[in-house]
Design a protein around this ligand. Structure first.
Ligand SMILES: Nc1ncnc2c1ncn2[C@@H]1O[C@H](COP(=O)(O)OP(=O)(O)OP(=O)(O)O)[C@@H](O)[C@H]1O
Ligand SMILES: [Mg+2]
Length: 164
C-alpha cells in the first residue's frame, strides 16, 4: 500500500505522494468509478488512476460488507493477474481521502470506443485486427483460469487497447 513500482524499473520502489502527481483530467466516469489520467513526477510515468470509494457507512452493514468485499476482490485479483501480458499492468495502490487509488498502465481507449470510431467512419474492422484482439482476450482468459479466476464481465467497455 502507498508504494508504486513500474515494470522495466525492477527494484525501484516509489513512495506514493499526492504532491508528486500531476492530474491531466478525467479519462472516464462510470456509474461506479472515476478514472483519471495522471503523471507521476518522480518516475515520469503516465498512469491511469481508478478511484474506488472505500465504503464507510455505519448504516446498512450488510450492504457495506458487500461493497468492501467487492473492493478487496478487485484489488486482489488485479494483483494476481497483472503479470499477464494481455492484462493491464498494476503499478500499485494507495489510500487517499477515503478512496483507494488503483494506479495502472495508461491505455489509449476501450474496444467500444474503437468500434464507435470505426462505425462513424463507415469503415469495417479488418479481419486480422479482430483475430488479433480475440486471441489476446483468449490468452488473458486462459491466464485467469489458471489462477482460478473467472472474469464474468467481458465486454467491449472492459477491453482496453493501445493503438500501437
Ligand atoms: N488503465 C486504463 N487506461 C485508460 N483508460 C482506462 C483504464 N482503466 C479504465 N479506463 C477507462 O475507464 C472505464 C471504466 O473502467 P473500469 O471498467 O475499470 O470501471 P467500471 O466500468 O466502473 O468497473 P467494472 O467494469 O468493474 O464494472 C473503462 O471502460 C475505460 O474507458
Ligand atoms: Mg468497466
Amino acid at each position: 500500500v502507498n508504494h508504486l513500482s513500474f515494470p522495466g524499473e525492477y527494484g525501484t520502489i516509489y513512495e506514493f505522494n499526492t504532491n508528486e502527481i500531476i492530474d491531466h483530467g478525467i479519462l472516464e466516469t462510470t456509474s461506479n468509478h472515476i478514472v483519471r489520467k495522471v503523471e507521476h513526477i518522480p518516475s515520469g510515468h503516465l498512469m491511469a488512476i481508478k478511484y474506488l470509494i472505500i465504503p464507510q457507512t455505519k448504516y446498512k452493514e450488510s450492504e457495506n460488507e458487500k461493497q468492501l468485499k467487492s473492493l478487496m476482490s478487485e484489488l486482489e485479483t488485479f494483483y494476481m493477474l497483472w503479470e499477464c501480458p494481455e492484462i493491464v499492468d498494476c503499478y500499485g495502490y494507495c489510500i487517499h481521502e477515503g478512496h483507494v487509488l488503483l494506479c495502472m498502465e495508461m491505455m489509449d481507449m476501450s474496444l467500444r470506443k474503437l468500434y464507435i470510431e470505426v462505425r462513424d467512419k463507415r469503415e469495417v474492422f479488418a479481419e486480422t485486427l479482430v483475430g488479433y484482439i480475440f486471441v489476446k482476450i483468449i490468452n488473458a482468459l486462459v491466464f485467469c483460469k489458471e489462477k482460478g479466476i473467472m472474469h464474468r464481465d467481458i465486454k467491449p467497455n472492459n477491453i482496453l487497447i493501445n493503438k500501437k
